[in-house]
Design a protein around this ligand. Structure first.
Ligand code: G3P
Length: 218
């Protein structure tokens, strides 16, 4: 399972990278705005700064919603670095653009996936990743994890190269459950990765090991 960090915060990206567990980064316009990044040139510079921190797979989202606009923006983002994956929304022109990017060897991440039908369309168009948002489905009393399991079952029937990138992960059990059903990638905020570290028996055990060492060694 690949771990991506879902943030545009450079310190958090560096922290996850330094833990040695990071395979990529996902961002979106809300996450960029949260970091106070605005203006075309600043946005491009920030994506470049993210690319400078990690080895590969930085999802950068287009703002355009028409085919020509998505292609233009996607080309510009992709020209920043070979690490860029162009993030495209699940809309009609988005699907058309994913096919164009796929034909032109530009990797894509189709975002805002909430149904199996949407996932199939994106995969057929050649998306590198599809991003089902499990937390937002849970928010409306649907079952986000059930969608991930359904997509794994569907994709297992065929030879799609598209990877299922579980997104909108809010807590460690979301992540563990995605791993249980076989999501290829999970993208999470830093605190979800950090929460995986914690177990009270680890803390108690380490305290005892260190105390026993201290007793024996003075
Ligand atoms: O990767 C998508 C993610 O950023 C959305 O998360 O918590 O806003 O639903 P959330």
């Amino acid at each position: 399972m690949k771990f991506f960090i879902d943030t545009a915060n450079l310190d958090e990206i560096a922290e996850a990278r330094d833990m040695g567990i990071l395979d990529g980064v996902t961002t979106n316009p809300s996450l960029m705005a949260k970091e106070g990044i605005s203006g075309h040139e600043n946005i491009l510079a920030h994506y470049q700064a993210i690319c400078d921190l990690v080895d590969d797979k930085v999802s950068a989202e287009v703002i355009a919603t028409d085919f020509e606009g998505i292609i233009k923006e996607g080309q510009e983002l992709s020209a920043l670095s070979p690490k860029i994956v162009v993030k495209v929304p699940m809309i009609r022109d988005g699907v058309k653009a994913i096919k164009w990017f796929s034909d032109n060897n530009i990797r894509t991440n189709c975002t805002l996936i909430f149904s199996a039908g949407q996932a199939l369309l994106a995969a057929k168009a050649g998306a590198t990743y599809i991003s089902p948002f499990i937390g937002r489905l849970d928010d409306i009393s649907a079952d986000g994890l059930q969608l991930i399991a359904q997509l794994i079952a569907i994709f297992d029937n065929y030879d799609f190269q598209t990877e299922i990138l579980a997104a909108s992960i809010r807590h460690p059990m979301h992540l563990i459950s995605c791993a249980e059903v076989g999501a290829h990638v999970a993208t999470c905020p830093l605190n979800v990765f950090q929460s995986l570290l914690k177990h009270p028996l680890t803390d108690i055990g380490l305290e005892k090991f260190l105390a026993d060492h201290q007793k024996a060694n003075g």
